[in-house]
Design a protein. Sequence first.
Length: 313
Amino acid sequence: MTNRIPIGISRRTLFSGGVALLTAIAQPSWAQILNSITQEHIGGITFDGVNLVRAQDGIWRSEDGGASWHKSAETDLGQVTDLASHPDQPGLIYASHATGGVLRSGDGGRTWRSAAQGLPQAPVDAITIAAHDPNMIYTAVRGDGLWRSQDAAQSWEFVMDRPFVEAGERNVLSLASVNDPTGMGGIWIYAGTEIGVIRVPDCFCRWQGVQSGDAMDALVAGREPTAEVPLPKGEPVQSLATTAQMPQMIFAGLPSAIWKTNDAGVTWAHVSDAVQPRIAINPADPNHVVAITKSETLISRDGGQKWSATPTI
């Protein structure tokens, strides 16, 4: 396994045996979330070029924008937790897995191989590809933190502890790389946690609450901001979706609904009552948004203002 050398200040350097101690802290809300995810069998959705790939009791593919689906993977992958792709490399898809590790497909989800060399033996709950670099991948390892690959998942390095929010270390349930000019270097990593959204610049200097202004403003302030129009307080954020064309437009999937922001998370608006959705945005057409639930595929062609629903088969 690669040496864990965190970038920036890590609680690993402050507490002996800290990971084991923090992991042992009771998180009843997480147990409920994990149980719910397992029951729903929704493991993510992503655009592969103009086509869609979803993980839900197997790997499925849609070539008509989500209106119909056919089974794609040649073998059963087990419990996939998330999917990630990059518009510059159609056919290349990554999947995080509930039993640990990352899988990679080079043919649009038909065949898969392990890409977990160097990752810890723990469930991986989320995965995303850097908006500016298709070879840079981030994963969230349960009970541990963020890991990064800079060589298309050939090797991995630890980069950040889990966020510490409201007196507790929080598991990351969803990830999005947001190429927004307010980040250091223009890049933020957004994380959906058990109790809301938080973000970190890709310098990995410190987790920050979402607020107006840029990353340096938040570092100088040294305090959590008061959100202007936040997501519902305390709900887990199980899905995040954005696109390089419109980086400040982000969709968030909560157990109760879909929410949308047009200013990178400073203000949010409720756009659908879909239950436990996973969301993807067409990189070629940001107005084309698709959400998958246990029983339905919801499609919007106007950026989430109106949705049509068809049974997920």
